[in-house]
Design a protein. Structure first.
Length: 298
């Protein structure tokens, strides 16, 4: 708890937002306490967003949405800091706050305010897999097509999957809380809503996980996606390039891709576009013949 509080305070000072330190320190204390009491391991604390609009995130392994307790009745700030006041304190210490739920757990977040609110504060927003059932919809696309992805490097796919989830949450929260300041975030959030399920299907993740367990460096994958959806990936590739520039210009606190991530994602996403347009599958290029590969594609 104390380590998390000290780290968040130091981070806000480092990014030049000392004006938010008091509320940030108060909020992270309650978020971590809530995670320890009601969440599940692993618990992690991060600072995301931009320097203009920084955000504290506390993640845990539970998919159960948090419930805002009844507002405190006391007038004294000391009464508010009593054990159990949790998320009502977060609401009053924030300009916006909420929880984003995914199949692997939830992230409870807040954008610290400059001053502690005199009223009940900001209303919490629940996004993502509300209900925590781990399902993102299983409807078949209207124009299904089977895509073959050959010689997929398992480490790079795992990096893509993690980056995809991080970016999806980031743009969703930025669009929700600060859409006027970040119109690109709204465009990206709309594309994620369309492509999130087919690009991160559990079957693909499971196949990559099995390859990792067997010590393989590469594997072949198959995925079913609508032809129209796949052609729309072209727009997503363009938006990812814009996001890299956006991350640098707006001094975002995460998400700019490494050259290795850019190379893999260009190939991986490009395969959907190319095959949807009638092209044959092209294997991911490797510089040596030492890779260990399993083919599950007929």
């Amino acid at each position: 708890m104390q380590d998390a509080r000290r780290w968040v305070v130091a981070t806000f000072v480092d990014i030049g937002r000392s004006d938010l330190v008091e509320c940030a320190e108060m909020a992270v204390s309650e978020l971590v306490t809530n995670a320890l009491l009601h969440g599940a391991p692993p618990i992690r604390v991060r600072v995301r967003g931009t320097r203009e609009h920084p955000r504290i995130e506390v993640g845990d392994g539970s998919t159960e949405a948090p419930a805002l307790p009844a507002p405190p009745t006391g007038d004294d700030l000391d009464d508010l800091l009593t054990f159990g006041r949790g998320l009502s304190i977060v609401a009053r210490a924030s300009d916006a706050w909420g929880a984003d739920i995914e199949d692997e757990g939830k992230t409870v977040w807040c954008a610290p305010a400059a001053e502690f609110a005199e009223d009940d504060g900001a209303e919490g927003i629940i996004t993502g897999l509300v209900g925590g059932n781990g399902q993102q919809g299983g409807d078949q696309p209207a124009d299904p097509m089977r895509f073959r992805l050959l010689n997929v490097p398992v480490r790079d796919y795992a990096s893509f999957y993690n980056h995809f989830r991080e970016l999806r949450r980031e743009v969703r929260l930025l669009a929700m809380a600060h859409e006027a300041d970040y119109p690109l975030a709204k465009d990206l959030a709309d594309v994620f809503a369309q492509l999130g399920r087919p690009l991160t299907l559990g079957a693909m993740r499971d196949e990559v996980g099995r390859a990792q367990e067997e010590g393989l460096t590469h594997t072949d994958l198959e995925v079913v996606m609508g032809r129209t959806e796949a052609r729309g990936v072209r727009r997503f590739v363009e938006l990812l390039d814009l996001t890299d520039a956006f991350a640098r210009e707006e001094k975002m606190l995460s998400l700019a891709r490494t050259p290795e991530q850019h190379t893999f994602q260009t190939w991986f996403l490009g395969e959907f576009v190319r095959q949807a347009d009638g092209g044959e599958p092209t294997a991911f290029p490797t510089s040596t013949g030492s890779e260990q590969r399993r083919s599950s594609v007929s």
